[in-house]
Design a protein around this ligand. Sequence first.
Ligand SMILES: *[C@@H]1O[C@H](CO)[C@@H](O)[C@H](O)[C@H]1NC(C)=O
Ligand SMILES: *[C@@H]1O[C@H](CO)[C@@H](O)[C@H](O)[C@H]1NC(C)=O
Ligand SMILES: *[C@@H]1O[C@H](CO)[C@@H](O)[C@H](O)[C@H]1NC(C)=O
Ligand SMILES: *[C@@H]1O[C@H](CO)[C@@H](O)[C@H](O)[C@H]1NC(C)=O
Ligand SMILES: *[C@@H]1O[C@H](CO)[C@@H](O)[C@H](O)[C@H]1NC(C)=O
Ligand SMILES: *[C@@H]1O[C@H](CO)[C@@H](O)[C@H](O)[C@H]1NC(C)=O
Length: 473
Amino acid sequence: MFDILFVMIFGLSGRVLTKDTDTKGRFSSPVLDVTEKQLIIERNQTLQLNCRGRWELQWVLPSGVPKVYHGTQIKETRCGKKNNQYCSRLMLSPALAQHTGSYRCRYRQKHRKQTSVYVYITDSQRPFVKVQSEIPEVVYMKEGEPLVFPCRVTNPDAKVSLVKFPFHPIAPDYRNIIWNSKHGFTIRSPTFFYIGLFSCETIVNGVKYSNRFLTHRPVNKILDVYLNSTGLVHMLQGQMLALNCTVTAEWNARVSISWTYPQKANGSANIIRRISRSRTNMLFYSVLTIPSLSTADRGLYKCHVTSGPSKRETNATVIVYDQPFIRLKHRDGPVVQASAGQKSFRLTPKLKAFPAPEVIWLKDGMVAAEQCSRYHVDRFSLVIRDVAEEDAGIYTILTGIQQYGLFQNLTLTLVVNVKPQTGEKTVSSQQPGTVQRGSRQALHCTSHGVPPPKIQWLWHPCPPKGLSPARLA
Ligand SMILES: *[C@@H]1O[C@H](CO)[C@@H](O)[C@H](O)[C@H]1NC(C)=O
Ligand SMILES: *[C@@H]1O[C@H](CO)[C@@H](O)[C@H](O)[C@H]1NC(C)=O
Ligand SMILES: *[C@@H]1O[C@H](CO)[C@@H](O)[C@H](O)[C@H]1NC(C)=O
Ligand SMILES: *[C@@H]1O[C@H](CO)[C@@H](O)[C@H](O)[C@H]1NC(C)=O
Ligand SMILES: *[C@@H]1O[C@H](CO)[C@@H](O)[C@H](O)[C@H]1NC(C)=O
Ligand SMILES: *[C@@H]1O[C@H](CO)[C@@H](O)[C@H](O)[C@H]1NC(C)=O
């Protein structure tokens, strides 16, 4: 008896279990009581939708239904044979044309699990879901994306045409130009033709209704950003700093230029902006001026450029000297050495100065560049081409900043080393010759070099007769 009861309970629970898995499959998404994809009701009627599911439910209504609307009623109950389901009834009364749209029922915790129905609420006085205001609606075009004129209608059978201002009807071709009563007109690949003023038009009972749109193509392409001084900018205290940031952008682009600079908090700079157009581009200038620099103005100056999501920047580092100066020193002592025959040699003392000084090189008291065509001044160095012995001497660099009465001189001595040379005829003797044994002979050797070469004599005894030099070696 106990055994039978046990089996019965067991069997019962087993059945409940299988039924449960059944419902799991059935209500993976909530279920609406309407099976059609769309409903058509008239204005002032009541819209009633019932939804059932396994978990708590939630409605998502078209944007035309105000969040707080006295006509909206939602009634939630537990339902199902075992009360283990959730039911929700939506009532909208009176339903109005602007409530046309997709009504969705979804699980509160699992938004992706949803079921929807599209409801048209017809109103002969309101064929478009949105009523046109004075100002046309702006529609943004994006590169590579379709363009949509969202003139949804309240009646799926409405005959709507698209017109480009002032009068250019555009017929749907269902390839590029598509009409859909739930979305409006879609242009799959819009061209420049679609920039302008457009309207969706329909005639109901002899009355023309329209929805107007202004298409706008935001342009955000920054082609180039140029600061007229970059890297290090050397300036003197009291001087005027002017930096010109020039931005080249696509036609119609809107660009904003801003600066960051050391004394920004004090607002010590004046900023002037200018826009000009060329045939192909837009040019935007922003000129930052600091009329009288102080040492506090030294540092990084950045020009930031933005156009929509595009960003670019460029910078310059400004160095401010409190006074003009010349610092001139030897690099490797007062005496420098070169070698005769060297392709080139550069005399470069250490020179730091601001502003840039004038430089003159003297050789032995005369202007170097005028003395020899092999001398030339490169920036402030003296370059000697094809170094020769006669280049040795005393060199003086004269530097000066006339404007500020600053002058400095520096003297260097150049020593030109010459490799010792013994010419063919430099050893004097009658060669080959025989002299008498015991006689006195003088041998002369002449050689030249800088520094003076040391001369060393070597004596090689003649090989005995009969032996070839090769064997001796
Ligand atoms: C809807 O109701 C309003 C006000 O109650 C009325 O003026 C209008 O004529 C009605 N419209 C329709 C289509 O019944
Ligand atoms: C800035 O520089 C551009 C050229 O790079 C020039 O055309 C423009 O006139 C300059 N702006 C000012 C205010 O000097
Ligand atoms: C940069 O532009 C400004 C304004 O046009 C000008 O005053 C300044 O001299 C320019 N600087 C250089 C280095 O060209
Ligand atoms: C700029 O501001 C700093 C701190 O706020 C101040 O020390 C400095 O003197 C100001 N410079 C000028 C030129 O007003
Ligand atoms: C300044 O500009 C240079 C060259 O464009 C860049 O390499 C450097 O990182 C910039 N410096 C700063 C601090 O932004
Ligand atoms: C530099 O040399 C020039 C010419 O020899 C001379 O007139 C001048 O006084 C010198 N200046 C200094 C600062 O030594």
